[in-house]
Design a protein around this ligand. Structure first.
Ligand code: E4P
Length: 221
């Protein structure tokens, strides 16, 4: 499964990208609004940092406006993916934009039917938001499971990009049901790396090593 970071924060992107574990980036207007500087400059800088797909979202809600923004965003860098919301005008825009050869990530997907429609309209990525569904008492992962099955049944080439991930178990569950991509905030990626037994184990190794060196000063690496 591919791991994306769900942030527009360049230092965080750099930090995890240097570990070789970042396959792409997703942003949205809320995430971009937390950062300094111009939107376009930020997207260009992120696209230079990460080779994989970088989703940048339109803010128009009509077909022509979305298409205009999509063309503009796609000119910023070769790895820009345009994020479009699943509304009727968004589906029209997805059809137009994807037929121009610009990859589209259809966002704000909360049901399998919405995801299926997005794929039919030509989306390269379909983004179910599982945490927001869990928040209102639904099982977000069910939508992911359904979409993986449906896309496989009909050999649709859209990738299931799981968004609104709130904890590490969401990532494991998304991988178990066969989602293509999990996008997560930097705090969650950090949690995937950490384990208290790793820290305790490392501490014991180093303590033993240092103790042995005191007794045998010739012990070096
Ligand atoms: C995905 O593309 C979205 O940017 C994101 O995952 C939304 O997550 P949230 O529900 O935590 O805002």
């Amino acid at each position: 499964m591919k791991f994306y970071l769900d942030t527009a924060n360049l230092p965080s992107i750099r930090k995890f990208n240097q570990m070789g574990i970042v396959d792409g980036i997703t942003t949205n207007p809320s995430l971009v609004s937390k950062e300094e500087g111009e939107f376009e400059d930020l997207i260009i800088a992120i696209c230079k940092e990460v080779r994989g797909p970088v989703s940048a979202e339109v803010v128009s809600t009509d077909h022509d406006g979305m298409v205009k923004e999509a063309k503009h965003l796609s000119r910023l860098a070769g790895n820009v993916v345009v994020k479009i919301p699943i509304i009727p005008e968004g589906l029209r825009a997805t059809k137009t934009v994807s037929s121009l050869g610009i990859p589209v990530n259809v966002t704000l997907v909360f049901s399998a039917n919405q995801g299926l429609l997005a794929a039919k309209a030509g989306a390269s990525y379909v983004s179910p938001f599982i945490g927001r569904l869990d928040d209102i008492g639904h099982r977000g992962m069910e939508v992911v499971e359904d979409l993986v099955k449906i896309f496989s049944n009909y050999k649709l080439k859209a990738e299931v990009l799981v968004g609104s991930i709130r904890h590490p178990q969401h990532v494991v569950d998304a991988a178990k049901v066969g989602a293509n991509i999990a996008t997560m905030p930097p705090e969650i990626m950090e949690k995937l790396i950490q384990h208290p037994l790793t820290d305790a184990g490392l501490k014991r190794f180093l303590d033993d090593w240092n103790k042995a060196r005191k007794e045998k000063p010739s012990l070096t690496i």
